[in-house]
Design a binder for this molecule. Structure first.
Ligand SMILES: Cc1cc2nc3c(=O)[nH]c(=O)nc-3n(C[C@H](O)[C@H](O)[C@H](O)COP(=O)(O)O)c2cc1C
Length: 184
């Protein structure tokens, strides 16, 4: 992944702690990594963790007056060769399906022309809800790619559908989406 830029969007789910391992693994593979976090995401993992692991400032506020870019979400969207949202909450899936952009993660996703990989994580009831099913279908039709969720142990302690794909699996899907285009 050397020479490629990956933006990781982190939303407010328990699986946000696994996003730290993903950021670390992407860096290990040679990618330049930038992180955008929703307000809820920050309640699970702090900005300092992502700044330390990505070696870059973290986009936590579209209105940050101190950042170098006047429109940071557009700058990140344009810089990205791939955007990965992990975890992607039910709420963010709904916002993306509707084309909303009032937080750092959704705003970057809407600003990019790069492939977008979504790694949903939520309670089984949320994943199976007709609204989420409809949103996932709409997102697939718009060209968004998905990795997981899988069946397994959820934050509640119960087993079910909604467990976020492991960082290694997300990394594998990211590698596939970043495959160099054939020359000519
Ligand atoms: C302890 C806790 C755990 C949560 N875990 C999840 C989760 O795994 N998946 C999910 O979709 N929402 C989860 N939520 C709800 C989201 O945080 C909430 O819908 C929030 O608005 C999501 O905002 P965001 O998508 O902008 O990050 C959780 C909430 C709490 C308080």
């Amino acid at each position: 992944m050397t020479g490629r830029t990956v933006v990781v969007g982190v939303c407010g789910g328990v699986a946000a702690f696994k996003a730290a391992a993903l950021v670390s693994a992407l860096r290990r593979e040679g990618a330049a990594v930038w992180v955008a976090v929703t307000r809820s995401g920050r309640r699970f993992v702090g900005e300092a963790t992502f700044r330390a692991l990505s070696h870059n400032p973290v986009l936590v506020d579209l209105w940050d007056p101190h950042g170098p870019d006047p429109e940071p979400h557009v700058a990140l969207g344009e810089r990205a060769d791939l955007v990965v949202v992990a975890p992607a909450t039910a709420h963010t899936l709904a916002k993306l399906a509707a084309g909303l952009a009032d937080d750092p993660v959704c705003a970057v996703v809407l600003s990019t022309r790069a492939p977008v990989l979504l790694a949903p994580a939520m309670a089984e009831s949320m994943w199976l809800h007709p609204a989420t099913r409809r949103n996932v279908q709409a997102l697939r039709e718009m060209g968004y790619r998905f990795v997981g969720p899988t069946y397994g142990r959820l934050a509640s302690g119960q087993e079910g559908w909604g467990r976020m794909a492991e960082p290694e699996e997300i990394l594998k899907a990211a590698r596939e989406l970043l495959q160099p285009l054939p020359h000519g």
